[in-house]
Design a protein around this ligand. Sequence first.
Ligand code: HGY
Ligand code: MN
Ligand code: MN
Ligand code: MN
Length: 428
Amino acid sequence: DGERSSSSAAAAFYVDSDGLQRQIDELASFSDSPAPSVTRVLYSDKDVQARRYIKGIMNQLGLTIREDAVGNIFGHWEGSEAGLGAVATGSHVDAIPFSGKYDGVVGVLGALEAINMLKRSGFQPKRSLEVIMFTSEEPTRFGISCLGSRLMAGSEELAQSLKETVDNQNVSFFDAADSAGYKMHPEDLHNVFLKKDNYFAFIELHIEQGPILEKEGIQIGVVTAIAAPASIKVEFEGNGGHAGAVLMPARNDAGLAAAELALAVEKHVLESGSIDTVGTVGILQLHPGAINSIPSKSHVEIDVRDIDEKRRNTVIEKVHQSATEISKKRGVVLSEFKIINQDPPALSDKSVISAMEFAAKQLNLEYKLMISRAYHDSLFMARISPMGMIFIPCYKGYSHKPEEYASPEDMANGVKVLALTMAKLSLQ
Ligand code: HGY
Ligand code: MN
Ligand code: MN
Ligand code: MN
């Protein structure tokens, strides 16, 4: 009878937290750095192991699996009205060097557990449901963030640039993909592009990667916007030389130029006058990298973000001016100033936000509307589908480091909100 079935459905509506934690721990073991850190770089052996692991779970759930040319993986649960736009969710499992085991992973394994929950509770989707494991959200190997979702969103510029993209071992994108089992021709990249109405909605579950939810004791974040990221590559070249024999006035030290530029990045970011402007020099390499050799080359990679795109672009212009001034003043050549990506922010869709709010309320969970300062695959999915993100707290806001942690209870809350949100949207 209705009463019993709904109560039994409610009883079945539980998260298998132990199973989810086991999967998170098992996935974390596919790593090129020692536990508790995780390093899992695009198309590496560990990445291939992780892909196989995720496909194994999708199989167990009875999902139909599809992979596109670059290795975006789609687990599909056919709905009764399969012709309608599907409701999708997903995230990434690649991990930057020496990072943690929850970034991205919660949005893939948690999404699969949400599907598991809905199946256990006897839910029947009207719109199909799809879990996506995006290829390479992190920029680690080729310097391109959200490579898979950027292509899915139809970036012609990326499809072109991948033809001459190599990693820092000079391995081409296509050779790296081939080594991971994704043999493709350049024109195959266009098949990755998705049509605008391919999805009815896309929702990503992710750890906050910030301290707000934990500090305020709030269980769920409902993301309203994702900040605008940009990344820049800079190279300086000088004469180098002997650290003892070349006197200071005769030097043009590419290393000091890089150091001065890094401080200029900080200065120009602080000049913006807004706490929402952030800038980081995460990579600064000196060549030849010997204590008694004046750096003849330096390589700097800069990450600048803001929720206000114009303010962010002003910082980029000032950094470019400083790079030019520093090169003149120090007599070094500014051999490269390349903007790798300069993306607009993304807004979450109002109807997806209200579906997430409804789910949180139904579960009696406290939630907070907030922006995401980290970027995600959702930033690009927002270009082809109404988008939303669900945040859960993480320990002290730590992320991109081994101390990253989300509690089983917080993950279970996120999985439940995701499951209810997807169910609600699937029946619309
Ligand atoms: O850097 C980022 O925002 C993302 O976590 N990769
Ligand atoms: Mn990340
Ligand atoms: Mn992430
Ligand atoms: Mn991210």
